[in-house]
Ligand binder design. Structure first.
Ligand code: PSU
Ligand code: MN
Length: 332
């Protein structure tokens, strides 16, 4: 049980680690936590998990690799250790090497896309796969990492009330205590219903520095976020409270795209609407929808969406690293 007061914090952390990493003679076989990540966690330092679907499926090569490396550098520059998560030849990796990152980036969509449901199949059959928000959360948790930075979370797709196309990210957030720092959910998704499903699943949702839940390329979604934080310390206190309460559910810290990169928001939106119509016309469905739309929108906007995407991910990385550092301080 978490205890109030800080005297036992280091011991608690070790307990947490041994719960999630050590019993783990078994988990250790399946999850390879890098030495650097392991050492950082052992001394109570800040670690930031990063996903790989955004690398393999979310951006074209070579921008994907450049961005992934720049994000890792930004996290380090803020005093945290990056831990890119992926499945490499059937091994779940928390803290991918640069070579592994490069391999996933080069493979692109030839890499499988692994949400929770795909993890055991990918491991059992020795595949190389990129982890989505849900897959990354599972593995971050297994390694004892509390904070995870990405671009956007999945959500309820438009028409999801009929198709049941609701991202596994939303259920994962309800069952895995990892904080996800992102730019909200794309407006290609049904944001009001996404927020409803997050509430149903008991997910803490905070907008960062604004009142509205941001919609990825635009700062505004028309939906008020259930809560707001304004600083990394406030975010860390919210995460810490959730851990102390033993909620065992996750949280979303939704950071709006920086103002100077929002300029093309409207044209990106209309390109997005068109790409979505195309998915229906061409029968693109299920897990192929998000990568298809991302690729088409980048084409239709002449690369403007890619530039905005990179800018918001970098911004999230800095804020996420600051949050992870504050959290490590609070809990040590
Ligand atoms: N949103 C983005 N870029 C992405 C994704 C979402 O702006 O790359 C990826 C994330 O990995 C997320 C996944 O977890 O897509 C959601 O896919 P689906 O809708 O199939 O659940
Ligand atoms: Mn889906």
């Amino acid at each position: 049980m978490p205890r109030v007061g800080d005297a036992d914090a280091p011991r608690r952390r070790i307990a947490r680690l041994s719960t999630h990493v050590a019993p783990t003679a078994r988990a250790d076989v399946a999850v390879r936590v890098s030495d650097e990540v392991r050492a950082t966690l052992a001394r109570g330092g800040a670690v930031v998990a990063l996903e790989s679907t955004i690398v393999a499926h979310g951006m074209p090569h070579p921008e994907n690799l450049e961005t992934a490396r720049a994000v890792e550098r930004a996290v380090r520059a803020r005093g945290a250790t990056p831990a890119t998560v992926a499945i490499v030849d059937g091994v779940c990796v928390v803290g991918a090497t640069d070579g592994e990152l490069e391999r996933v980036a080069r493979m692109g969509t030839a890499c499988a896309k692994a949400s929770r449901r795909d993890l055991s199949a990918a491991c059992g059959t020795g595949k190389t796969a990129a982890t989505t928000v849900s897959g990354t959360m599972v593995l971050a948790r297994a390694a004892g990492v509390d904070v995870f930075v990405t671009g956007g979370i999945g959500g309820v797709h438009v028409g999801g009330q009929d198709t049941m196309d609701v991202s596994a990210d939303l259920m994962e957030l309800g069952r895995t205590p990892v904080a996800v720092v992102c730019a909200g959910a794309k407006s290609i998704l049904d944001i009001p219903r996404t927020l409803e499903v997050l509430e149903t699943n008991g997910v803490t949702v905070c907008a960062y520095g604004v009142d509205e839940f941001p919609a990825f390329f635009t700062r505004s979604s028309g939906c008020e976020a259930p809560a707001r934080v304004d600083t990394p310390l406030e975010a860390a206190k919210v995460i810490d409270a959730g851990l102390r309460l033993n909620l065992n559910s996750g949280s979303v810290f939704a950071v709006p795209i920086p103002l100077e990169h929002e300029a093309l928001g409207a044209s990106i939106e209309s390109a997005t609407a068109r790409a979505l119509r195309e998915t229906e016309e061409r029968g693109v469905a299920g897990r192929d929808v998000t990568p298809y739309v991302l690729k088409r929108v980048a084409e239709l906007t002449g690369g403007a969406s890619l530039k905005a995407n990179i800018a918001l991910v970098m911004n999230n990385a800095k804020i996420g690293a600051d949050i992870a550092c504050e959290l490590a301080r609070l809990r040590s």
